[in-house]
Design a protein around this ligand. Structure first.
Ligand code: ASP
Length: 335
C-alpha cells in the first residue's frame, strides 16, 4: 500500500472563524481530516499528517518556511511514496516554484493544494482538493512539484494565482495542465517531466535580497535609484508586453548601469500572463538588452523570484546566475 505524507502549513483550508476573520488554529486540523470519511476509504492510500508550527496564513511565508518544508520532504523522502503540502493559496505558486528548484532530482510527487473555502464550511472546496491530491501523490507517473486545484493539476513553477474568490483559483498560462480530474484523473503524459536519474539533493535557500519592479505609464525610474545598492542581488522587472519599458530607456539606463556595476542580476518578465519576453523586438526593450538584462522568456514572476533565490543560494557568481536564468532547469520556462 502506498504511503503519503501530508504536510499542513496553514492557509484557508484548515482555518476557523474568529472575531478577526478566518485564522489557523493549532490542533484543529487533524479532527477536520478525521471528519472526512472518504479519506479513510479502502481505495485511499495510507497517509500521515505532519502539522507545522506555527500554522501560517501563506502571506507570512518566508524563505525559512520554504527551507522547513523542503527539509521535511528530504528527511522523510524514503519513507513515503509521495507528499501533499497543504498551503494557503496566496503564495502557493511561490512556494511551489521554490520547492521545484530546491528539491533537485525529485523522483516522487510533491502536490501543493489548499482551498478557497475552509473545511469548516459546508461548501468547502478543500475536500476534493485534498482527496485528489493524495491520489495524485500516490501515482508513480508524477515526479515533480505540482499544484492541484479545482480539478486541474498544474506544474508548480508554471502556476499563478488568478482568482481571489473563484474555486478554480490557479492557471498555468504558458504550459498545459499535467492532468485533469474529471470522472477519471487523466494525465497528459507528454507534459510530465521524466523521472530524473540520481538521488534527491536538497538545496537550502538563503534570504538573498531580491526586488520586483512593475513598470507603469509615467513610472519615475529615478525613485528606484536609491534601492540599487550592492546589497541587491537580483531584480525582476515586470515589463509591458514582450519586454518593453516606457520611453527609449534613457530614464532607466543609469539605474540599470548602477545595478550592473553593483553585480545585480536583472531579469525581465512580462506583465502579460501569456506569451514570452523577446528583448530587442521593439526599440523600447533594446535598452534593457544592451544593458545586460536577462530575458525571463515566459517564466512567471513567482518562478523568477524563486529561481534567483535558488541560484544565488547555490553560490554561483553573477555570470553563471545570468546564464542559468535563461536556461530551463525544472520545466519553468520554454527555451
Ligand atoms: N490568506 C490565505 C492564505 O494564503 C488565503 C487562502 O489560503 O486561500 O493563507
Amino acid at each position: 500500500m502506498k504511503k503519503i505524507l501530508i504536510i499542513y502549513t496553514g492557509g484557508t483550508i484548515g482555518m476557523v472563524r474568529t472575531d478577526n476573520g478566518y485564522a489557523p488554529k493549532d490542533g484543529y486540523f487533524r479532527a477536520a481530516l478525521d471528519a472526512i470519511p472518504a479519506l479513510h476509504a479502502e481505495e485511499m492510500p495510507e497517509w500521515e499528517l505532519y502539522e507545522m508550527s506555527p500554522l501560517l496564513d501563506s502571506s507570512n511565508m518566508t524563505v525559512a518556511e520554504w527551507n522547513k518544508i523542503a527539509a521535511l520532504i528530504a528527511e522523510r523522502y524514503d519513507r513515503y511514496d509521495g507528499f501533499v503540502v497543504l498551503h494557503g493559496t496566496d503564495t502557493m505558486a511561490y512556494t511551489a516554484s521554490a520547492l521545484s528548484f530546491m528539491l533537485e532530482n525529485l523522483g516522487k510527487s510533491v502536490v501543493l493544494t489548499g482551498s478557497q473555502i475552509p473545511l469548516c464550511e459546508v461548501r468547502s472546496d478543500g475536500r476534493d482538493n485534498i482527496i485528489t491530491s493524495i491520489l495524485i501523490a500516490a501515482d508513480e507517473r508524477v515526479h515533480e512539484v505540482c499544484l492541484y486545484f479545482g480539478g486541474t493539476l498544474l506544474r508548480g513553477n508554471r502556476a499563478t494565482k488568478y482568482s481571489a474568490d473563484g474555486l478554480i483559483a490557479f492557471v498555468s498560462p504558458n504550459y498545459p495542465p499535467l492532468a485533469e480530474a474529471g470522472i477519471a484523473i487523466r494525465y497528459r503524459k507528454s507534459a510530465l517531466l521524466p523521472k530524473p536519474e540520481g538521488t534527491l539533493r536538497l538545496q537550502r535557500l538563503e534570504s538573498v535580497p531580491i526586488g520586483v519592479i512593475k513598470v507603469f505609464p509615467g513610472i519615475q525610474f529615478s525613485l528606484f535609484e536609491s534601492i540599487m545598492t550592492e546589497k541587491l542581488r537580483g531584480i525582476v522587472i515586470e515589463t509591458f508586453g514582450a519586454g518593453n519599458i516606457p520611453g527609449d530607456g534613457d530614464a532607466l539606463l543609469p539605474i540599470i548601469r548602477r545595478a550592473f556595476a553593483n553585480g545585480t542580476v536583472l531579469t525581465v518578465c512580462s506583465q502579460c500572463p501569456q506569451g514570452a519576453v523577446s528583448l530587442g523586438a521593439y526599440e523600447t526593450s533594446s535598452a534593457l538588452k544592451r544593458a545586460g538584462a536577462v530575458s525571463g522568456l515566459d517564466i512567471t514572476t513567482e518562478a523568477a523570484v524563486a529561481k534567483l533565490y535558488y541560484l544565488f543560494s547555490c553560490g554561483y557568481d553573477k555570470e553563471r546566475v545570468k546564464a542559468m536564468m535563461e536556461q530551463d532547469l525544472r520545466g519553468e520556462m520554454t527555451v
